[in-house]
Design a protein around this ligand. Structure first.
Ligand SMILES: [Zn+2]
Ligand SMILES: [Zn+2]
Length: 422
């Protein structure tokens, strides 16, 4: 535990020149503040750790001989690192073990509780790999099988995940004393709290092979990279946020069950269709003539490539209006189970003639005769014949009004909540 960073003066929040009296006072204050009986239930575990740390710091610093050792040799005086004459001094390992419940006499104290021998429990399963997977709406409609090559770590076949040659024995890591992790103290507000970090010398293994004993194939890594063809099936009707799980296909880790590869489906935006659950909507263009006189033609290519034909009107004389919606039952997305489907909502966009249409006055006159007449004329006392801009823009509407004009546009962008009041 030579790498544990602990400053006993910091634990008590005093300077190294503090007198015995200062130490006693600081100890009383810190012990009171972190006494487990004085804090809410939720903080009790953390308080117990702090309380222990405060007590141990006091035990060393209040004892003149121990304090001198600590001042002159630092922590190395207490960790049995071979300083002559230091035998009989307290072993910081033991102190830490007691402070943090690391296998010492006070197992199970504080946040380290439930870790046999102090080693954090190894997960039973290696971590899952989560991947976003963007899918076209067409493929969600029809379902799709996707094959791809994946590179992952698998247990080395030569050493069966041992990492070393057949008769070689791994050496215990001296940095972490074979624990695979180290305790460090980090400052949390006014207290030092212990936290666990993976030992970088042995990568958390607690042991390693000397270079000549390492497995030739995996170079001691225990795993090797391997390519594998994987196949996923996207069921028809799948939707955004659906998960497709390939069980046990994540990286292999020695001694653990392999985790899963999890694909999170994301729906690619479609140029024609919009989807809401099982329903679809699409905008279809019809000409003004079609809207007035009717038509029978394919208006849309569906997601499976079929043409969707509409015959309008069903009753002679009915016209289509802009924004009118034709609901086609059963032509939405398939449900994942069964044969039923959602509905398709076709929104009518009427294409009015553009500037390329140059009707003769005679044609216009005939149209006027054929089409419905305007509502009764508006009667007023005076009449002004006004000029106008034929390309007016409603974005300019209200721009000169400080209360509701240009100002509101900004609000709209910044605070969606304000939209409700408009
Ligand atoms: Zn280590
Ligand atoms: Zn190997």
């Amino acid at each position: 535990m030579s790498s544990v960073e602990i400053d006993l003066y910091e634990v008590l929040e005093i300077t190294s020149s503090a007198s015995k009296d200062d130490i006693r006072k600081a100890y009383r204050k810190a012990a009171l503040a972190s006494h487990p009986d004085k804090v809410p239930e939720a903080e009790r575990e953390a308080a117990e750790i702090r309380f222990k740390a405060v007590q141990e710091a006091y035990d060393i610093l209040y004892d003149e001989e121990k304090r001198h050792l600590y001042d002159t040799h630092g922590m190395s005086a207490f960790n049995g690192s071979g300083e002559p004459g230091m035998a009989g001094g307290p072993d910081l390992d033991d102190i830490l073990a007691q402070m943090f419940g690391m296998g010492g006499g006070i197992g199970g104290i504080g946040g380290m509780g439930g870790m046999p021998g102090g080693r954090p429990p190894k997960p039973r399963k290696s971590p899952d790999e989560n991947t976003k997977y963007e899918v076209r709406l067409e493929d969600l409609y029809k379902g799709k099988t996707v094959k791809f090559a994946s590179t992952k770590n698998i247990i080395c076949g030569q050493c069966q995940g041992k990492g070393g040659k057949e008769r070689a024995t791994a050496k215990k890591c001296s940095t972490c004393d074979g624990q695979g992790f180290k305790q460090i103290l980090t400052r949390m507000g006014q207290f030092l709290t212990p936290s666990t970090v993976t030992c970088s010398t042995c990568n958390g293994q607690g042991e390693f092979f000397s270079p000549k004993d390492k497995c030739k194939k995996c170079k001691g890594n225990k795993t090797v990279e391997a390519k594998k063809m994987l196949e996923i099936y996207i069921p028809r009707g799948a939707k955004e946020e659906d998960k497709i799980v390939l069980e046990g296909e994540a990286d292999q880790v020695p001694g653990q069950e392999p985790g899963d590869i999890v694909f999170h489906i994301e729906e690619e935006e479609h140029p024609v269709f919009r989807r809401a659950g099982p329903d679809l909507t699409a905008t279809i263009d019809v000409t003004l003539a079609e809207a007035l006189t009717g038509f029978s033609r394919v208006v849309l290519k569906h997601l499976d490539g079929r043409g969707i034909e509409i015959t309008h009107p069903k009753t002679p004389g009915e016209v289509l209006t802009p924004g009118q919606v034709l609901k086609v039952a059963g032509e939405g997305m398939p449900h994942k189970r069964g044969d039923s489907r959602g509905d398709l909502y076709l929104i009518i966009n009427i294409k009015f003639p553009d500037e390329k249409w140059k009707p003769s006055p005679a044609v216009l006159e005939r149209l006027r005769e054929m089409l419905p007449k305007p509502d009764p004329l508006i009667q007023t006392d005076t009449v002004d014949d006004v000029e106008y801009d034929p390309q007016g823009n409603l974005d300019d509407f209200g721009a000169g009004d400080p209360r509701g004009g240009a100002g509101w546009e900004d609000d709209e962008n910044d605070e969606p909540a304000q939209c409700a009041t408009q």
